[in-house]
Design a protein around this ligand. Structure first.
Ligand SMILES: Nc1ncnc2c1ncn2[C@@H]1O[C@H](COP(=O)(O)OP(=O)(O)OP(=O)(O)O)[C@@H](O)[C@H]1O
Ligand SMILES: [Mg+2]
Length: 278
């Protein structure tokens, strides 16, 4: 009982409050405040290296906040470890950016894996649920194929089916549209929206695809310059005059967002050593 006592229907599933995140001496993001509520599709946008995947890692408890607080399902992630962290993770589905499939299993068994791992449902239930999820991503008739026999875009869709097979309360998608053709992309975007509505779960979607994500998102967060640069409904961002937001939405190469990875002491040290060798 105690594991669930803080939860109420309106409470955010994810709540970042003035959070800082980083690795070693690198601070990636600071001052991050964001909420994700049940039933919402939230798009997370920002340039390459801006810290989107890092935010997802914090939400899954792979890294901890260096400042501020992060609550997941009402639980303070600063203290979540071991069995409690496992229990929280079981309530979420994650489509990682490098959504590696098990290459020694066929398509069906890849999607069946979380069911076998975390539930005790019957074999006929597994067959039904897996084929249902594969059908949703258009790959029912590919169930028997080996991973080596499918294309990159098909592999993304299998990974998506696997992320949703447990019908979790929170689904985190790191670039679910990467490598998809325009038809699969549109279908996948609608699938994410429909699934969120049907399950009443929350979906967080990292993507660079403005048109498709704005069409399905309730809220958009944009990170850049080491912090949150915009937060609002899609139409609010579309109307924004902020140069950072405009540059991102318009895809302009020149603007306040730098294309280049920033210079650092670590790079200069490496370059000195590297030059010293030639
Ligand atoms: N495990 C790690 N150790 C050290 N630095 C890391 C690690 N992972 C990411 N970084 C650094 O953190 C910053 C943010 O990386 P992150 O992967 O969150 O970016 P991103 O917004 O997801 O980019 P992309 O759109 O290219 O996937 C980058 O500067 C990256 O070099
Ligand atoms: Mg990333």
């Amino acid at each position: 009982m105690s594991a669930h006592h803080q939860e109420s229907p309106d409470e955010p599933i994810i709540a970042f409050k003035d959070v800082a995140l980083g690795y070693g001496e690198l601070t990636v993001l600071e001052g991050i405040t964001a909420n994700v509520r049940p039933g919402q599709v939230v798009a997370l946008m920002g340039g390459s290296g801006s810290g989107k995947t890092t935010l997802l890692r914090a939400a899954t408890g792979q890294i901890r906040a260096r400042a501020g607080t992060l609550h997941l399902f009402g639980h303070d992630m600063a203290h979540a470890r071991g069995e409690q962290l496992r229990a929280l993770r079981q309530r979420m589905g994650v489509l990682f950016q490098q959504g590696a499939l098990f290459t020694d299993l066929n398509v069906f068994e890849n999607v069946a894996f979380p069911l076998r791992e975390h539930t005790r449902v019957s074999e006929s239930q597994i067959t039904q649920r897996v084929l249902d999820k594969l059908d949703a991503v258009g790959l029912r008739a590919a169930a028997h194929l080996q991973v080596s026999e499918i294309s990159g875009g098909m592999a993304r869709r299998v990974a998506l089916a696997r992320a949703i097979v447990l019908e979790p309360e929170l689904i985190l998608y790191d670039e679910p549209f990467a490598g998809l053709d325009p038809i699969s992309l549109g279908v996948t975007a609608r699938l994410i929206r429909e699934l969120t509505n049907r399950l009443g779960c929350a979906s967080v979607l990292i993507t660079h695809d403005v048109a498709e994500s704005f069409a399905i998102a309730d809220h958009v967060y944009m990170v850049g310059e080491g912090t949150m640069i915009a937060s609002g409904a899609p139409n609010e961002l579309t109307a924004s005059r902020d140069p950072l937001v405009r540059q991102f939405l318009d895809g302009a190469p020149d603007g306040p967002i730098a294309f280049h990875y920033p210079m650092s002491r670590a790079f200069e040290r490496w370059l000195d050593q590297h030059k010293g060798r030639s």
